[in-house]
Design a protein around this ligand. Structure first.
Ligand code: LLP
Length: 415
């Protein structure tokens, strides 16, 4: 559920017409709804309420400081994959003690920074990373809290680019060697074996894969207990899908219930790392229609918003709902490709869409909050979009539109 709704043929973000926002702040414009973010976090918190838990928002999905600050104030933790993301969380007022650090390529400098600020857990993804963590922990003379990211070899049945739990993905260590590696970790005085971690993929619209993965992880947990190795948490990662088109993903309550059932009776906390399900439908991206034209059999609606602002359609062939922010009664629908101004043929927001559209209209790309702004770029030397957060009737700029000079400020001309 989100707070972007049509009233009298006009799309509203909470109590504000999005066309008014486009007029005031320009386009491309990311519009976030504060109430939606709060509602989504509550849904996760309620789903896990019966167990000790930590909801770690996946910062990569949307890293705006205002979003992180809002979630931090509501008590969320964070899942990060770089020093930059950790620094963002801290800058936004987040508590490092609620941060877990995943990623296959953490550098020693990143590990050092994470340990020096007192991170909750390092999710180690390879045997060689264990050596790096030991080296840094000894240097700092600290005990490093660690988990192994275990790859359970489960097919998340999602787009191949966002599957991570298959045997041939680069992520985590295989189930087969996990037990042996845990025994090694347990012998190291400078390590605290804190958790078991896994993340099998993203945009999962069915609970079966995560249930299968959780069976394997609980099995490993039991084997570790038998060896006298007791972790304090199991981290099932992110991955819960959202409705971009007609998908009907499970609600957090139903998604996590079977996992909680498997964990009942065990003194272990459940960590989760949701990104998309928290933030995708908490935002729309507004684009302005500049021109229309017919080339061959195709009708093109050309907007000022391109793959640099929202790369998901171009990169994954992802479907994102596009709506006219004003539902015209007097315009006939036309089947069109909605494209951007970038000089690439895959610069599109949507293909073969039926839209009632006039030049100057504002189109809303729904579900834009996850992997939207955080994957945007300045390709074609276009400025990063402005972002606003709506709270009831009020809208606050949470990211100013870049200046052109900002784009090249770190570049230098040879003497
Ligand atoms: N934890 C880890 C270790 C991850 O790698 C990810 C996402 C998450 C949590 C959050 O997953 P979520 O709840 O958002 O599904 N750019 C792609 C998605 C890439 C996901 C990468 N990992 C897209 O736009 O669909």
């Amino acid at each position: 559920m989100n707070f972007f709704e049509f009233k009298d043929s006009q799309l509203y973000a909470e109590d504000v017409k999005v066309t008014d926002l486009a007029k005031e702040f320009g386009t491309p414009l990311y519009v976030y709804s504060k109430a939606t973010i709060e509602r989504h976090l509550n849904a996760f918190e309620n789903a896990l309420a019966s167990k000790k838990h930590l909801t770690c928002f996946a910062v990569k999905s949307c890293s705006n400081l205002a979003v992180l600050n809002l979630l931090a104030k509501l008590g969320a933790g964070f899942d990060i994959v770089s020093e930059g993301e950790l620094r963002r969380v801290i800058a936004a007022g987040g508590d490092p003690k609620k941060v877990v650090f995943s990623g296959v390529g953490k550098t020693e400098a990143e590990i050092e920074y994470a340990l020096s600020v007192g991170i909750n857990c390092l999710n180690i993804e390879s045997e060689e990373e264990i050596d790096a963590v030991i080296k840094v922990a000894k240097k700092l003379n600290v005990v490093a809290p660690v988990a192994l990211r275990v790859n359970p070899g489960v097919d998340p049945k999602t787009h191949p680019y966002i599957s991570t739990g298959l045997k041939n993905n680069k992520f985590g260590v295989s189930e087969e060697i996990a037990l042996e590696l845990y025994q090694r970790l347990a012998k190291e005085p400078c390590l605290k074996v804190s958790g078991i971690d896994c993340h099998i993929g993203s945009q999962m619209t069915d609970a079966a894969p995560i249930i299968e993965a959780s069976e394997k992880i609980v099995n490993l947990y039991q084997k570790l207990l038998a060896l006298g190795i007791k972790v304090d948490h199991i981290d099932m990662g992110g991955g819960l899908g959202v409705t971009y088109d007609k998908e009907v993903p499970p609600q957090p309550l139903d998604y996590y219930a079977p996992i909680l059932e498997k964990l009942s009776g065990y003194d272990v906390a459940l960590y989760i790392e949701p990104g998309r399900a928290m933030i995708a439908n908490s935002s729309v991206l507004l684009a302005k229609v500049l021109y229309q034209k017919n080339n061959g059999d195709k009708h093109f609606v050309i907007t000022d918003t391109g793959m640099n602002d929202m790369i998901r359609p171009a990169l994954y062939g992802a479907y994102m709902t596009i709506e006219n922010a004003v539902d015209h009664k007097d315009v006939a629908p036309v089947v069109c490709d909605v494209v951007g101004p970038i000089c690439e043929s895959d610069d599109f927001l949507g293909k073969e869409r039926s839209l009632k559209v006039k030049n100057g209209d504002i189109l809303a790309v729904r579900g834009a909050g996850a992997y939207g702004s955080s994957m945007s770029s300045t390709y074609n030397t276009r400025r990063l979009p402005c972002e606003v957060m709506v709270d009831g009737k009020n809208a606050t700029v949470i990211k100013k539109r870049q200046s052109f000079e900002d784009i090249w400020k770190d570049e230098c001309i040879l003497n």
